[in-house]
Ligand binder design. Structure first.
Ligand code: SAH
Length: 367
């Protein structure tokens, strides 16, 4: 695989442009083209020679859309192909305020959570900062082109803002803090004013609770929203579904969250996936209240998305609402997330797992 141009910060892009004998302002044109989601070969402001030089070193399109699925609720899922043929997935969810895109940080995952499809075949490799960014640049360009087309059909003017994607969550496949350096570089580049300039406040990072890295993150000076996947109220219960619980206790996680709040002033979030017979009865709600009461946090409940390869099932909707009500009564700020795109394989890693299974079946001649 060649190098990935979108890994570079604006300053690095400038240095590289100069080192190839081009004038400094060419870096600005290059950055503008890349921010628009163009391939190197498509940036019309640059000379043919400069582009040829770039293409000797860098991938023309590090991330391309292999498949796109639209759910009945407007949620879109993308299966992306990387330059080496590996696959990752992403989701774009439309809300009133804009579009939130969920991005992947690794091909596969080595955390081994028992309910998650991303980890079924372990970790294949880390994504580079540019590969994480390119998922957004690609979807942003697609949505912008579609918005412009729709506006034209309706006789209006397309929006001037370069962004269709307004919010980003690092909740696709992979554990972002297990790919720490690339994730931080991505965060710096995606928030940089010379690029998409997405505000750190509109970005959320979800971790299964790698405590040492949570402390590192608090020192980076990038005030993103920190979310921890909790899913249990005791270490014993947590170890049953999340192997990472053997390394870090809930107590240590809570201390690291408190530190994040002190350093960044940002309240923190917990993901709590409701799994039938596992973590969602009244006693669990009460234990969660005891654990979190008075802390500057918010709990996002989500009913398990059934993963074919996994034996676990979601809590009934009625019970999920009861769980939510009990938390709220106990003074915990919480929401039950709508399940978006569940008709198109909404949960982490399901698209890739589905695609790989389908293709293996095809290779075996099952289809
Ligand atoms: N590795 C990170 C981010 C990726 S997972 C983390 O663990 O937080 C994003 C969220 O989806 C996590 O809270 C994860 O526990 C949850 N998740 C994974 N599989 C799920 C499923 N089948 N149903 C519901 N939530 C799931």
């Amino acid at each position: 695989m060649k190098e990935i141009l979108q890994d570079l910060s604006y300053q690095e892009l400038e240095a590289m442009t100069l080192s190839l004998g081009e004038k400094k302002f060419r870096a600005g044109q290059l950055a503008a083209g890349l921010t628009q989601g163009k391939r190197i070969s498509e940036i019309s402001t640059l000379s043919k020679t400069f582009k040829e030089r770039l293409l000797e070193h860098f991938e023309d399109a590090p991330v391309t859309v292999k498949e796109r699925f639209t759910s009945s609720d407007g949620t879109e899922k993308f299966l992306f192909s990387l330059a080496d043929g590996n696959l990752v997935e992403g989701v774009a969810m439309r809300y009133k305020y804009g579009v939130t895109q969920c991005v992947s940080t690794q091909v596969g995952c080595r955390m081994g959570c028992s309910f998650c499809a991303s980890t079924l075949n372990g970790l294949i490799r880390n994504l580079t900062a540019g590969e994480i960014l390119c998922q957004i640049l690609t979807v942003n360009a697609l949505l912008r082109a579609e918005n412009a087309r729709n506006a034209k059909e309706e006789g209006g003017m397309p929006a001037k803002d370069a962004r269709a994607v307004t919010n980003v969550v690092l909740m696709g496949s992979g554990e972002p803090l297990d790919n720490y350096d690339n994730t931080i570089k991505f965060l710096r580049n995606v928030t940089a004013p010379e690029g998409l300039g997405i505000s750190a406040r509109n970005i959320s990072l979800s971790t299964c609770g790698l405590v040492d890295k949570m402390y590192d993150l608090a020192k980076e000076g990038i005030p993103i929203n920190l979310t921890v996947s909790l899913h249990a109220t005791t270490d014993e219960d947590r170890k049953r579904i999340m192997p990472v619980a053997r390394a870090w206790s809930i107590e240590k996680i809570l201390k690291a969250c408190e530190n994040y709040f002190e350093k960044t002033g940002r309240r923190y979030y917990f993901e709590y996936t409701l799994i039938a017979g596992e973590n969602s009865d009244e006693a669990h709600a009460d234990a969660l209240i005891r654990l979190l009461k008075g802390k500057p946090c918010h709990v996002n409940l989500i009913r398990l998305n059934k993963v074919k390869e996994r034996a676990l099932s979601p809590t009934e909707e009625k019970e999920a609402y009861r769980f939510l009500g009990r938390l709220e009564k106990g003074g915990i700020s919480a929401t039950l997330r709508r399940q978006m795109g569940s008709d198109i394989g909404g949960a982490c890693g399901q698209l890739r797992a589905g695609y790989l299974a389908k293709n293996t079946a095809r290779e075996r001649g099952d289809e």
